[in-house]
Unconditional design. Structure first.
Length: 326
């Protein structure tokens, strides 16, 4: 499989056929659902739960998600096309931040439904700025996420009433993205707002992103998780080689994927932090990434990591674009 091919790809001929027979849907529903909110409200955790498999990385760092990522879930006669977006950033104005915010605005401009995430019981000025971006003509469901972390549930009811003053939400759903019953309930609610039309993707397709892209995201997730708050969020990962070879030895009937990835940082001190003493930290990042990728790609994976210093790249529009940001 080519590394640029989406997971479980659908042939172009089938896409054309589906588009040309939209009147013969046999009750099928399909639509775009954008997931938006400020950084660290749980957007990536939610889309992974809604799709039923990990397609978007998670960490405690703001704007861990840096691209518009589409996740597909097909359930009975309904196909949900979820769009995960970066957290809208209002604190910084570097070229990278501007690029990510542009991605958010573009993602919510032409969808059938918006899921606006906030933390249950909390509505900050940053949340308000994100809400102001949303087209009032598009149905918007308020997701009061992380309900499981609320200690005094009695305070939620008056807070929900206050939230209706900010916008006439189509529905309000208090929930936890980690609760399977809540996810099922949310899917049922979303279904009622999607148009009746032919599916856009094959029934078993999960995302429009390539394996190469997912590999870079997994490495970046492990990088952030293992360095904590010490490493600036501007660090990024570039896949320099993604090759598939015949299986070897006992795994000769299984895919074998070789990956070479460069971790790009802005300072020599950041490089030392990633490499660690005797190279221990970068070895751990590589091991954790390999284990996650072997599950995601259903393949035997060999991965090598390098660290490169590119001073000021996150505030250089040309480099931001060169590294794959829109």
């Amino acid at each position: 499989m080519n590394s640029e091919t989406p997971i479980n790809p659908i042939p172009d001929a089938l896409i054309t056929m589906a588009a040309s027979t939209s009147e013969a849907t046999d009750g099928q529903k399909c639509g775009l659902v954008a997931i938006v909110g400020r950084p660290n409200v749980g957007k990536s955790t939610l889309i992974n739960a809604l799709v039923g498999q990990k397609i978007s990385i998670t960490s405690r760092k703001a704007q861990t998600t840096r691209h518009r990522i589409t996740g597909v879930r097909t359930r009975e006669k309904t196909q949900y096309v979820f769009v995960d977006t970066p957290g809208y950033q209002t604190e910084y104005s570097a070229a990278l931040n501007k690029s990510l915010n542009k991605t958010v605005v573009g993602a919510v401009s032409d969808v059938d439904l918006v899921l606006f995430l906030v933390e249950a019981g909390r509505f900050s000025a940053q949340d308000a700025k994100v809400l102001a971006l949303l087209d009032p003509k598009i149905p918007c469901i308020l997701i009061a996420n992380k309900l499981d972390e609320v200690k005094i549930r009695a305070q939620i009811a008056p807070w929900l009433q206050e939230m209706q003053q900010h916008r006439n939400f189509t529905e309000i759903v208090p929930m936890s993205a980690k609760n399977k019953k809540d996810i099922g309930r949310l899917l049922d609610i979303c279904e009622t707002h999607l148009p009746e039309q032919a599916w856009w993707y094959a029934e078993d397709e999960l995302t429009d992103r390539s394996e190469k892209f997912l590999a870079s995201e997994i490495v970046r997730e492990k990088l952030f998780r293992l360095t904590g708050d010490e490493l600036p969020y501007t660090s990024t990962v570039i896949i320099e080689k993604f090759e598939e070879e015949p299986g070897r030895g006992k795994n000769k009937n299984k895919r074998f994927v070789k990956i070479s990835a460069a971790i790009v940082v802005e300072r020599d001190g950041h490089k030392a932090m990633i490499v660690g003493e005797n190279g221990d930290k970068i070895k751990r990042i590589g091991t954790d990434a390999r284990m996650a990728l072997e599950i995601l790609l259903d393949a035997k994976v060999f991965i090598e990591l390098w660290v490169k210093v590119r001073s000021g790249w996150a505030d250089d529009e040309a480099r931001v674009r060169a590294f794959g940001y829109e």
